[in-house]
Design a protein around this ligand. Sequence first.
Ligand code: I3P
Length: 128
Amino acid sequence: SPDSNDSSTPELEKAGLLNKTKIAEGGRKLRKNWNPSWVVLVGNSLVFFKDPKSQTPSSWKPGNSCPESSVDLRGAQLQWADNLSSKKNVFKLRTVTGNEFLLQSETDSLIREWFNTIQSVIDRLNRE
Ligand code: I3P
């Protein structure tokens, strides 16, 4: 599209529901805590939102769509990591700052699409 090179309007690459756990913060190992997360890949970032379906009515407030966290994909590393979980279809995302996340889906095709799309963004950033 004509706008795809306009850096002021980053392209939405992908969005969907994945299971997520953070396993390291700045290289320090964390205890796993798997939760469904609404994941949005936009521009150079992967942005995580709390899954609205996992929230109780009392925890829901209008306009509570502020992201839980955001990951800069520049210099990040992606690898399949079925060895790091009893779950299937798991990959690990490691940021330059040493934060590590596992992302998972029960749907094989869906997790492969996420892996390939995130990897293509990392590859694009590596070429810049
Ligand atoms: C963890 C929990 C996780 C599991 C993890 C357990 O126990 O069951 O789901 O990871 O396994 O330690 P707890 O809730 O008591 O912290 P997976 O689902 O990815 O296997 P692990 O320690 O082998 O990573």
